[in-house]
Design a protein around this ligand. Structure first.
Ligand SMILES: [Zn+2]
Length: 244
């Protein structure tokens, strides 16, 4: 008798918890709906409300795809799109808000470009190394845009993201600097994680360094040099755009 009262009590507590859980989800949905009505989401391209990227702008973005590549010193970087206002707008929005819809649209271009390449990696797994932000900047922004894109791309192509690079010091934003200043600015800014060479899987033969934009390529080359020095045989770049 005593046991059955206890078990009834447990059941009613569990039912109450379930109810509260559902209630909190409903309240959250209503709250988000309210916020969305007061401050509606707008398309990053054309500003139409209730969408972060409308179909027309997504088509325009996809239309920018091209199989671009550029050599920086001895390193080859592949890029996935031409200059376009829509790309600038989407990328700008994406860098300040970690919007899944925009991330998927942008990573789609990278996936397409990666699939168009036949790397001499012996058909092995595609290893993607995102360019890291300095810890302080990542904290301020809340996420690293290259890492987020790398994860989506890896998921799509069946690749692996290796966070092996560390940005040791905060660098000046490259956009304001000349090519020679950019080289000096990033020199010695990166290193590989200490356990990279000693990891169980070993150092991969081929990696793709992923970043959103490549301009003079000084950041990419610095990362590529560090990876080569750590034993990686082939380092390529995979970027959304060249010199936006
Ligand atoms: Zn639009």
């Amino acid at each position: 008798m005593h046991v059955s009262v206890l078990s009834e009590r447990r059941d009613s507590i569990a039912a109450m918890m379930d109810f509260l859980h559902v209630l909190s989800r409903v309240i959250r949905k209503i709250w988000l709906l309210g916020i969305n009505l007061i401050f509606p989401q707008r398309c990053a391209g054309c500003g139409i409300v209730f969408l972060s990227l409308c179909r027309k702008c997504k088509r325009e973005l996809d239309g920018l795809f091209l199989c671009g590549e550029v050599m920086v010193d001895e390193f080859r970087a592949f890029f996935a799109s031409s200059h376009g206002n829509i790309l600038k707008k989407v990328l700008h929005r994406f860098k300040y808000i970690s919007d899944t819809c925009l991330a998927e649209a942008l990573s789609g271009l990278l996936v397409k470009r990666l699939r168009s390449i036949r790397p001499d990696s012996g058909g092995g797994e595609i290893i993607i190394v995102p360019i890291p932000l300095h810890a302080r900047r990542e904290r301020d922004r809340g996420f690293n845009q290259s890492e987020l894109l790398a994860r989506l791309v890896a998921k799509e192509v069946g690749g692996v993201v290796m966070n092996v690079l560390v940005r040791e010091r905060a660098t000046e934003p490259q956009a304001r600097l000349s090519r020679s200043e950019r080289l000096v600015n990033v020199r010695g800014a990166f290193r590989v994680r200490k356990d990279f060479a000693g990891s169980l899987a070993g150092v991969p033969e081929t990696v793709f360094v992923l970043d959103d934009v490549i301009t003079t390529g000084s950041t990419f080359v610095e990362c590529a040099r560090v990876l080569k020095a750590a034993g990686v045989k082939r380092v390529y770049g995979i970027m959304l755009a060249h010199g936006l």
